[in-house]
Design a protein around this ligand. Sequence first.
Ligand code: KIV
Ligand code: ZN
Length: 386
Amino acid sequence: MRKITFYDTTLRDGEQTIGVNFSNQEKVSIAEALEAYGVDAIETGFPAASEKDFRAVQAIAKTIQHSKVVGLARMVRKDIDAVIEATRGAVHPAIHIFIATSPVHRESKLHMSKKEILDKITADITYVKNYMDDIIFSPEDATRTEPEFLIQAVQRAIDAGAKMINIPDTVGYATPDEFGQIFENFSNQIKEFNEIGWSTHTHNDLGLANANALAGIEHGATEVQGTINGIGERAGNVDLIETAVALQVRQNKFQVSTNIDLVQSKKISNQVARMSKIAIAPNKPIMGRNAFAHESGIHQDGYLKNPETYEILNPAMVGAKASLPLGKLSGSHAVMSKLNEMGYEIGKEDMQIIFPHFKAVAEEVDIVDEGQLESMMASIYEKRVV
Ligand code: KIV
Ligand code: ZN
């Protein structure tokens, strides 16, 4: 099976989320958790941004043993030098260097011609090569770049020594077929396609980040860049947990393996939620508290007969638990099962008496909790109807 590696940028793109500001201690702790989770490369920050960021990258470089320790740089010498310096001492140091290639970025932001951009790619990657071997190159806003120019930019980076080409859908604009086609074009037109790595970097502005990452993988990408819980600029980055789980649940389709230890998903998701102070939406795939909660009577009955009726993965696989919250749509089967779990010995016939009482309670509240069930049962027993 083809191996897909995971590259986490929670500490860099994730920290670009409004209101997120990890302390350096938190950054080291998250990096350790990412390494334990099986992430292959950790983008530790943008060391040229500030003294604090520089020190965070340095501290992580000293701590992490197995994952690559990556620093981000624009094609600006001071950025590049800061990465070289901050990652010195890491067991596996790497640099992620980028320059925008799309017309709007070239004309409005960089004020550079296509030729100037191509020459900059050659010059800066050649410079980095004197100090570091592991070079990841990104043509920023790749998905809004003319396809022929994108190929030229990527070819320049490969010729100068880049080991991994990352394709950012910087503003979350691409659809899965378009994103997959970009990798298809590379595999047809770049002769070194199988000699280097190719990664996806997808943003979620149209809610397509995971679909795009998966499309990239289907068309030859070997690595996924993303963040834990999908935190990141604007609508965020692809959530690496979602991609890892999709690859596992649909293994027959994708035929790939990863180093991710899925059972640690809940733990690392909670840690990042706590430290980023960004709560997880209840309906978020995989990690939301509703992701394995079944409320309606039909679903609860099916689930109790066989969980596979309404679950495509065992929640234990990602360190989570299923729940059957009891509300006004719940059925008699789920209420009976909950009462028996609480220690009552209730059979189907008893439920003919109990269920109307439950319905009356459930009409008044959103979710009926154990305390309310106890009171309901006490009042039924008082009236000696069971
Ligand atoms: O989204 C983006 O384009 C980025 C680059 C730095 C790769 O985060
Ligand atoms: Zn990004």
